[in-house]
Ligand binder design. Structure first.
Ligand code: GLY
Length: 369
């Protein structure tokens, strides 16, 4: 088991990574349980797969769990569900000094974290992420949000959890496609800031997605270490460091928008394709060698992810994809910052990218054989 500290003045917290951690939740989370009952949020799937394990672990300490169970999927990140959740928490008498438990993927974590941020002006929460994507990305760093009619994650708060328990055994029940989507965020840490870790991913990606316990634990641990470093340096994404985590997201967002944010392209799958595009666009601008861009492409393909946007069969133009990007919430004073590569492991923010050139580049990618 690994314990990674997210160093934040006065609000630092530990992320535990290990196989079978859920059984130890009563002990590991003891400092965050003050009463004989805790409120926990899960979706129907995470509750069915892991709810009894959490209940048993807390029962060992004489603690019972009250559940708020959502339908799986992004729809749970809505004003309506947030309202129900907050009313339920108030009815239970949850106080500012209490901690709410979030057992599930990014949707459950984002919803619960945002409810915790606003309940009584901010109470505590504990993240127990049960998807690879949530373990390596969304459960760490305190971004919480719901979606609105205008777009995804447009209403939210920075609110850090008090503890994260990433039990890699919970990934045993994750569908293979979601393993792949989560793995895209693992590779991302190598591509953006750690060439050695990227080389490790090139060798071991298939083992991670096949859930080899050692490879999986190593991949999650290294990813969390990278995220913890970045969050400690730039918690609120103001200096440009945290923005590097958006590698692949601007191109990916355009693909998600074009496919209607539907199951035909999961977020992590869009990020994987977005990383390929960011790497190839960096090569087009002469920032990296074309061979390095193709190394990124090959590592993504080797993990079983789609690596060519032509495979999506989109009939739109590059200009239309570029237009989607301008609705990205990362727009800043009329410019769209792109995360590009100066080398593998050397991402940087480029605020001078010309959208007309991006559109031409995307036309070429859309039509590739
Ligand atoms: N998922 C990007 C971030 O936490 O900043």
């Amino acid at each position: 088991m690994a314990v990674i500290r997210v160093e934040l003045a006065g609000r630092g917290y530990d992320v535990h990574v290990g196989h079978g951690l859920l059984e130890e939740a009563g002990t590991l989370a003891a400092d965050f349980i003050r009463k004989t009952r805790v409120a926990a949020v899960a979706d129907r799937n995470s509750h069915a797969h892991h709810g009894a394990r959490l209940e048993a672990a807390l029962a060992e300490k004489g603690v019972r769990v009250d559940w708020f169970i959502t339908e799986p999927g992004e729809q749970a990140k809505s004003w309506a569900v947030l309202e129900k959740l907050v009313d339920w928490l108030l009815e239970l008498g949850v106080e500012r000094g209490d901690h709410i438990f979030a057992l599930g993927g990014g949707v459950v974590g984002d919803l619960t974290g945002f409810a915790a941020a606003v309940l009584k002006r901010g109470c505590g929460f504990v993240q127990i992420p049960t998807t690879l994507l949530a373990q390596v990305d969304s459960s760490v760093g305190g971004k919480t949000a719901i979606n609105t009619a205008a777009g995804k994650n447009l209403v939210g708060a920075f609110h850090q959890p008090s503890l994260v328990l990433a039990d890699t055994a919970t990934l045993d029940t994750l569908p293979p496609r979601e393993m792949g989507a989560g793995y895209a965020e693992v590779i991302k840490y190598g591509v953006l800031g750690d060439a050695d870790f990227f080389a490790w991913c090139e060798e071991n990606g298939a083992k991670v997605t096949a859930r080899d316990p050692q490879a999986l634990e190593y991949a999650v641990t290294e990813s969390v270490k990278a995220k913890a470093r970045i969050v400690a340096e730039d918690e609120r994404e103001t200096t440009g460091t945290r923005a590097l985590l958006n590698l692949g997201h601007t191109f990916g967002h355009a693909l998600e928008a074009e496919t209607g944010f539907s199951d035909s392209l999961l977020h992590g799958e869009a990020v994987a394709l977005g990383m390929v595009l960011a790497a190839r666009y960096s090569a087009r601008l002469g920032y990296i060698a074309a061979d390095d861009a193709e190394r990124v492409t090959a590592a993504i393909a080797k993990a079983g992810l789609r690596s060519e946007i032509a495979e999506l069969g989109l009939s739109c133009s590059g200009e239309k994809l570029a237009a989607h990007m301008l609705h990205d919430k990362k727009m800043d004073a009329g410019t769209l910052p792109f995360i590009l590569l100066g080398g593998i492991g050397e991402a940087f923010v480029d605020k001078q990218v010309e959208m007309a050139d991006v559109a031409t580049f995307l036309d070429g990618e859309l039509r590739k054989d």
